[in-house]
Design a binder for this molecule. Structure first.
Ligand SMILES: [Zn+2]
Length: 492
């Protein structure tokens, strides 16, 4: 503990020393470490969950509107009439446009943009850095391009359109707004900010692609012109900085040309447009660590643009970034024995969890799926368990005599007896999950078969003893009495 605080004092002093050297924009790698270390000072505490909605965004923007450093305007309105904001800062000759949450359920970068606004809204030892930066670049931001999608935490807009396939036709207001802002600013650089599957890995590896980059193609031939070259160089510079914090966890997105996508068209229209995809990080469901990485990546990127330090990178620095692969499951159980007739067979079981929103974007629960069964030895799991010597069996349903909902202790007792569900007459039909560490079925009941593409509910035995209960893709480890079950399902 003591050592830790001494280390903290030392690193804080080092950061202050570094910043004091930075009256003009200094070497980029040193600053990225300081952005990363100091993110907590700027993190917008009113927003701590990825289900940020338009109301929260508006309240935040009203808060910073008092600072005339920010030029805030309504660039237009979404289909359902929500304001889409354009926030500009600085007076430099190089224009930069960053837009987030074109897909309504991809909000990691929106959270990071709030933190960046707080960074610029604070007077502190970074002032000379900020002043220098804003004399060289003008920064423009559209946080939350798809507020109607954000309201329901869904990808598409209110008419179920994927806005990233509307860059040619420009049929919908959100797309028109992005295009007209681009045309009015004519930015040299763009940041197109998304979230990707948490199951992507950086290359053939067990490391999640926590951040992935793409320098989009502007034609089917994937030609490389000056605009795309600068995109690649800028990515290489940000990649180098971020690798300090998440080595091996950065991927490169597929560059197949999509003529209807905005990133591809931005490059065609003359803007070096960097795609940043926020992926997964173990136990970071709310993406707060990845938010910090976005904060660091964007500020480092702005600094790289302002100092032109990206120019020292080579195209091969970009192509050396490992491509995105999909090598992960949320839970991988290896080397299980499964009995069929009088034989036992060795299988691996790959299980994924998906988030299901309820009440708009108020909250969510998890629903598991048995994604694959068989030889999965070439894959990895966020949670990865060797079950050699253990046997998979289907769990059973407890027929509750009283019809009353069990408490948690009783539910755990049921797990210890090999049950994976409890039958209740009065299971709430308007709700699809339970906070109990067991599933609930109504009086018509459901068999709990072990089946591919179905929720993962079964037991794992060590001899005659139950070692693990797998409830909705989560694990209860009976050997250490450890409950990692976040929610069970209520099944009609
Ligand atoms: Zn997206």
């Amino acid at each position: 503990m003591k050592n830790k605080s001494l280390l903290f004092i030392f690193s804080s002093a080092l950061v202050l020393f570094i910043i004091s050297l930075s009256s003009n924009l200094m070497a980029q790698n040193l600053m990225s470490i300081s952005f990363y270390e100091n993110h907590y000072r700027y993190k917008e505490t009113a927003v701590d969950s990825k289900r940020i909605d338009h109301k929260e965004l508006t309240e935040f923007i009203q808060k910073i509107a008092g600072n005339n450093k920010f030029r805030i305007k309504t660039a237009g309105h979404s289909l359902e009439g929500r304001e889409i904001y354009l926030i500009s800062l600085g007076s430099g000759p190089i224009n930069v446009l960053a837009w987030s949450q074109m897909h309504g359920d991809e909000s990691t970068a929106t959270m990071a943009l709030l933190d960046i606004f707080n960074f610029f809204n604070t007077e502190d030892e970074y002032d000379s850095f900020k002043n220098d930066l804003l004399e060289r670049v003008t920064l423009h931001f559209i946080p939350m391009l798809n507020p109607d999608g954000a309201e329901k935490f869904t990808r598409r807009n209110a008419l179920q359109i994927d806005l990233n396939r509307d860059a040619l036709r420009l049929e919908f207001p959100e797309s028109k707004i992005l295009k007209s802002v681009r045309d009015s600013i004519n930015p040299a650089f763009g940041f197109n900010l998304h979230d990707q599957s948490t199951l992507y890995t950086a290359g053939i590896s067990k490391k999640s692609a926590t951040i992935s980059f793409l320098a989009p193609a502007y034609n089917y031939a994937k030609d490389i012109n000056d605009v795309r070259t600068n995109t690649m160089k800028l990515i290489a510079s940000i990649y180098t900085e971020l690798s300090n914090f998440i080595p091996g966890h950065i991927g490169r997105y597929n560059d197949d040309f999509e003529p209807r996508a905005f990133g591809d068209n931005f490059v065609k229209w003359g803007t070096s447009s960097v795609l940043i995809e926020s992926g997964g990080w173990r136990d970071d469901v709310e993406k707060q660590f990845i938010r910090r990485l976005n904060f660091t990546a964007l500020l480092s990127g702005f600094q790289s643009i302002a100092t032109k330090s990206y120019d020292k990178y080579d195209l091969k620095d970009y192509t050396a970034i490992p491509e995105n692969e999909k090598m992960l499951f949320d839970l991988l159980l290896r080397n299980l024995s499964l009995q069929f007739k009088d034989h036992t067979y060795k299988i691996d079981v790959g299980i994924n969890l998906s988030e299901k929103s309820y009440n708009g974007n108020e909250g969510y629960y998890f629903q598991s799926t048995v994604e694959d069964i068989g030889d999965l030895s070439t894959f990895y799991g966020y949670k990865d368990i060797d079950c050699s010597g253990l046997k998979l069996e289907e769990g059973s349903v407890y027929e509750n005599g009283t019809g009353e909902e069990p408490d948690e202790n009783f539910a755990v007792d049921l797990l210890k007896k090999g049950f994976v569900a409890v039958k209740l007459e009065n299971a709430k039909r308007d709700q699809k999950f339970t906070n109990l560490p067991i599933n609930v079925v109504n009086k018509n009941g459901k068999q709990f078969d072990f089946k591919i593409n179905k929720p993962a509910n079964f037991i794992i035995l060590d001899g005659e003893k139950i070692r693990y209960s797998v409830i909705n893709g989560f694990i209860f480890d009976h050997s250490i009495n450890k409950n990692l079950i976040l929610n069970g399902l209520i099944i009609d």
